[in-house]
Design a protein around this ligand. Structure first.
Ligand SMILES: Cc1ncc(COP(=O)(O)O)c(C=O)c1O
Length: 445
């Protein structure tokens, strides 16, 4: 008879246990054999099982713990910048975080005050319909509140769309590279990510994406401005997508950098989507221009109540939480703070771009709060060098783009530090390596 462990197993005492070292041993120590042996107790825990036979406790490795997972989880490229950030000793001077496209500025003071006040009410569940925030978003976008749904960041909404919309082997057309959360969500559903290379400007290639649609396509994701390039789709390209993506396919436009894109004279994507006959979702977030990445509030503007209700059904009921909701609402109402942030980002983005150009590089045209550039050295090596100089930047994490780095636009001081470090790195780069690699470098922009 099996008796389950009454207390968690302490793995620090592994030396007192005999470890079964081979799979054969594991099989032999299956339940049947143990039953035959008679007296035993069975200790069950998270990632392996210990068996106590007459005082001898054996450690058995279970069959792979991933056996229950039916998804083909995509191999996520290593986020080297995150590894570097985590490996930093606590006492070390803080690194300049120019790797996650966060805002370098604090949120609106009104948002901070609203969040502090809302903390008083956290004994209650938040409003599951996020009525107040949806009403304000409705006033500002012209989309009916019943067609707006908020989530724990726009990433939750991407996950929900894939959960609801995809079955195994369905196809999703998406730009590559793009926000890694999109192909990850597709992979979790065992669907097929049809990756379409960016065009020469680093924007989504509308014609190529349309040509990739097949009868198995369920969702088409566009992203504009698109990370990590920063390229903006033209109004014409968005119109093409809105008109030619078939009516039975969901068209999702990820506009996480919407405010920056509009500030850079990008097209009014929502206005174009409204004229589409088939279903669409326009995804936005408070994480970037509104400086609320830590609050986790995103929202979806949807083509119909049916699409909105489906997303509501698929997401967690009580999300976003009370405090972030209050912060997002106050941030949304503080137009002056947003305008200041957008102007500051545009100014520093121009300085970074000019500085890179002066150093002989060709930065990509970008409409977002980050700038990408191909370096005459592997991006991974450059990241290590930047790290040594106290700056986190990110490589493109894409096999086709091994020389590109992306730097988030920070404060004026961050720009100075980044350009100084870039100059040092380029000056001290082994010229033999540069010569060797120069043929492989793809310069864009
Ligand atoms: C294009 C894009 N979409 C979505 C997200 C996720 O944003 P959120 O913080 O709203 O989950 C990001 C985050 O970097 C992004 O770059």
């Amino acid at each position: 008879m099996k008796t389950f462990a009454e207390k968690p197993v302490d793995y620090s005492e592994d030396a007192t246990y005999i470890t079964v070292t081979t799979q054969l041993g594991i099989v032999l120590l299956s339940d049947c054999l143990l039953l035959a042996l008679g007296r035993f107790s069975y200790l069950h825990c998270h990632d392996n099982v210990r068996v106590n036979i007459d005082g001898i406790i054996r450690l058995i490795e279970q069959p792979p713990q991933s056996a229950w997972i039916r998804s083909r989880l995509p191999a996520r490229p290593v986020d080297q910048a995150a590894v570097i950030a985590r490996s930093r000793p606590e006492a070390a001077a803080p690194l300049r975080r120019l790797h996650l496209n966060e805002s370098p500025y604090p949120p609106s003071p009104h948002a901070i005050a609203a969040m502090a006040a809302a903390a008083q009410n956290t004994n209650r569940y938040p409003d599951p319909s996020t009525k107040e925030l949806c009403a304000e978003l409705s006033t500002r976008t012209g989309v009916a509140a019943s067609q707006i749904v908020c989530g724990h960041g726009s990433e939750e909404l991407i996950n929900v769309l894939c959960t609801l919309g995809l079955r195994e082997a369905d196809e999703v057309v998406l730009p590559a590279p793009t926000f890694p959360g999109i192909p990850a969500a597709v992979g979790v559903r065992n669907a097929v990510a049809v990756r379409i290379k960016l065009d020469g400007q680093g924007a989504n290639d509308a014609d190529a994406m349309l040509a990739a649609i097949t009868p198995r396509t369920r969702i088409v994701f566009c992203c504009t401005p698109n990370p990590p390039s920063g390229g903006l789709m033209s109004a014409e390209a968005v119109r093409e997508m809105a008109q030619r993506v078939p009516d039975h396919v969901l068209l999702v436009v990820d506009e996480a950098y919407h405010e920056f894109g509009r500030h850079a004279d990008g097209p009014d994507v929502l206005e174009i989507l409204r004229r589409r006959r088939g279903p669409w979702v326009d995804l936005r977030t408070f994480s970037k221009a509104y400086s609320l990445a830590g609050a986790r509030v995103g929202y979806a503007l949807c083509s119909s109540v049916e699409v909105t209700d489906a997303i509501r059904y698929g997401k967690t009921m009580y999300g976003p939480s009370t405090v972030p909701l209050a912060g997002a609402l106050a941030a949304l109402r503080d137009d002056a703070h947003l305008a200041d942030a957008l102007n500051a980002v545009a100014r520093e983005r121009a300085r970074i771009t000019e500085g890179m150009t002066r150093l002989g590089l060709k930065p990509m045209a970008t409409a977002a709060n980050f700038v990408s550039v191909a370096l005459p050295m592997p991006a991974i090596d450059a990241m290590t060098r930047f790290h040594e100089l106290g700056i986190l930047v990110r490589d493109w994490r894409d096999a086709d783009h091994r020389h590109e780095i992306r730097v988030t636009v920070g404060t004026a001081d961050d720009t100075d530090a980044f350009l100084g470090a870039l100059r040092t790195i380029l000056q001290t780069t082994n010229m033999t390596a540069v010569d060797r690699l120069s043929g492989a470098v793809v310069q864009r922009g």
